[in-house]
Design a protein around this ligand. Structure first.
Ligand SMILES: Cc1cc2nc3c(=O)[nH]c(=O)nc-3n(C[C@H](O)[C@H](O)[C@H](O)COP(=O)(O)O)c2cc1C
Length: 363
């Protein structure tokens, strides 16, 4: 399997990039949550292709059509199903890939795993398009999390070598997360954005692609959510973050930078602030022993360069058994990072809603 995720809130994602449509079923979602359609559509739009020069020209409305689970403007508590039609397929762009799997993509592994029966058009079930239903599920989870005082948001930490200003990990204001959510490109330092866009443009002109890092924060989480050892908050978040195609690394708090720190600098000193226990630093990214400590949860996600590039590459022709040149046609982002930010937020929102519901006794 591999299409179902979650304990208390389960999501089931289905579809192929060039099939009739894609969608999601969400089971275990709380009843009575007002369905804010404008909010959900804005989340879908943030991920949708064709919104700017940096993005693929595959233009699709990505409008979720609700089949069940929402009635009189509120969630019913029974399974929510949303369908998104595919309307802008160019399947001929992919005809050559049946014989020549794209390097870095899932054409070869998908073919082996499904004994050649997979739908390869547009990457089939492995396409970035399958993140649209995840964004829908994440938008609903964000709506419920909001009622619990939890906000999830993100910014582009880097593209290629260019860095944005990181979050202040001990104090991430909700207003900052909302400003980022409404921006065309979520960055804290607008000057970094110009350099990022230039790097994307340079990659496009070179018929190449670039990757980057998304930093995501969740604020308002109570201390005490999650479990130790085999079911930690880190493992639950990582497991759904790695569901996002092109994610190749996940780190919490100081992450890999811990390796160069001494304990005296790495440890976060606890103190009392009114009714709340806080830490002076937040190197542990809001998690100790797999359990939230009440500080902002900070996770960074590495997105690799788009595998489909228009520069000629060498790859195996599985019909001739020879390595031959491959030219990839079709519409591909020279950088996925800008579109992946809302997807990373959605994955975090689904995981945190699931963990919170479970902590409330609903598993
Ligand atoms: C929002 C989004 C859009 C994507 N668009 C493309 C694309 O246009 N072309 C492409 O080759 N890969 C794209 N990808 C990445 C591939 O789907 C992914 O690299 C591929 O399925 C292989 O999986 P892996 O990189 O996780 O190993 C996209 C990923 C995301 C999250």
């Amino acid at each position: 399997m591999g299409s179902t995720w979650g304990n208390a809130i389960k999501i089931f994602i289905f579809g192929e990039s060039h099939g009739a449509g894609i969608g999601v079923v969400i089971d275990g979602f709380p009843s009575g949550v007002p369905y804010d359609e404008a909010f959900v559509l804005r989340e879908m739009e943030r991920r949708a292709p064709g919104r700017n020069k940096q993005s693929t020209q595959r233009k699709e409305a990505d409008k979720p059509v609700i089949q069940s689970g929402i009635y009189n403007g509120k969630t019913t508590g029974t399974p929510i199903c949303a369908l998104i039609q595919n309307t802008n397929q160019h399947s001929n762009d992919y005809a050559a890939l049946a014989a020549q799997p794209r390097p870095g993509h899932a054409d070869y592994t998908g073919m082996v795993r499904y004994h050649g029966c997979n739908d390869p058009r547009g990457g089939g079930h492995f396409s970035g398009r399958l993140t649209a239903p995840l964004v829908f599920a994440g938008a609903l989870c964000k709506l419920w999390l909001k009622t619990q005082g939890v906000t999830v948001g993100s910014h582009i930490q880097s593209i290629a070598q260019i860095q944005d200003m990181p979050f202040d990990d001990v104090d991430v204001p909700v207003s900052q997360l909302e400003t980022l959510r409404n921006a065309d490109y979520p960055v804290n330092n607008p000057r970094a954005l110009d350099a990022m866009l230039a790097a994307i443009e340079e990659a496009r002109e070179a018929q190449d692609s670039v990757g980057g890092v998304i930093e995501c924060a969740a604020v308002g989480l109570p201390a005490g959510i999650g479990s130790p050892m085999l079911d930690t908050v880190e493992s639950r978040l990582s497991s759904i973050l790695f569901a996002v195609p092109a994610v190749k690394g996940v780190e919490f708090g100081a992450g890999f930078a811990f390796a160069a720190l001494r304990g005296s600098h790495a440890n976060d000193t606890l103190y009392q602030d009114g009714d709340t226990v806080k830490t002076e630093t937040n190197n542990n990214g809001g998690i100790n022993g797999g359990i939230t400590n009440g500080m902002p949860l900070i996770v960074r996600v590495c997105i690799k360069p788009t595998p489909s590039i228009s520069a000629v590459q060498q790859t195996l022709n599985i019909q001739t058994g020879k390595v031959e040149p491959l030219s990839i046609h079709g519409r591909h982002d020279p950088c996925i990072v800008t579109r992946a930010a809302p997807v990373v937020e959605a994955a975090c929102a689904v995981a945190l809603a699931d963990l919170l519901r479970e902590a409330n006794g609903y598993a």
